[in-house]
Design a binder for this molecule. Sequence first.
Ligand code: URA
Length: 241
Amino acid sequence: MKTTLRLDRYLSQATGMPRSHALTHVRASHVTVNGAVVRDVAKHIAADTDEVLLNGVAVRPFRHLVLVQHKPPGVVTSTEVGASQTVMELIPPDLQHRDLAPVGRLDRDTSGLLILTTDGALNHRLTHPKRHVDKVYIANLARELAPNAEDRLARGIILDDGPTLPAKLERLGPLTVKLTLREGRFHQVKRMMVALGSAVLQLHREQVGGLKLPDDVKMGETRALTEDEVALLVGGGDGEA
Ligand code: URA
């Protein structure tokens, strides 16, 4: 099926400019479609075949952005500008887009893998509670967990907002654990560890779905995911919804 959309919407989606700016450019004869100046913003553009130029520069059809960020501690997962630095401010200028939103959130003091996307359907798919997308965390604990912690987590533990889904615990050392959760509730890892008798001193997310934090994305860096990486990301849940 051929996808068409209005010229002003095409320009706005492709460049991130408001539709009112797109209108101004079109009215000022800055835009050509397949070589001819078009002054009608309602003209329908076939995204895959029409060639649109703005001031002589090709405007390519919009493709959703899916970014991976290695979030440092101290940065807030928010799209609101405030006193603290946000994850949005770590996105390089060439990857900025007004529709980018974080997929779920990491606490200010948590580091690691954060996905950001313009694709609302993908965001929903990765965060919907019934999708059960795995999230893998490394936690440094204040106290060693009791020997029955693995069993308790596998059975699910009761938090103040209800029982948790079964989670997997691996001990990487006396005070370091790897925890795999299939849900993403507020402060969930910290609350689960407190329920088992220990505060979390440091928390790092190393995987979402089948995607591990890529080695080349250093702390504070953000880059676009490849198509293969996006496939890993969405391949990691049980798909129930
Ligand atoms: N669980 C937490 O407690 N904090 C996070 O940032 C992520 C999961």
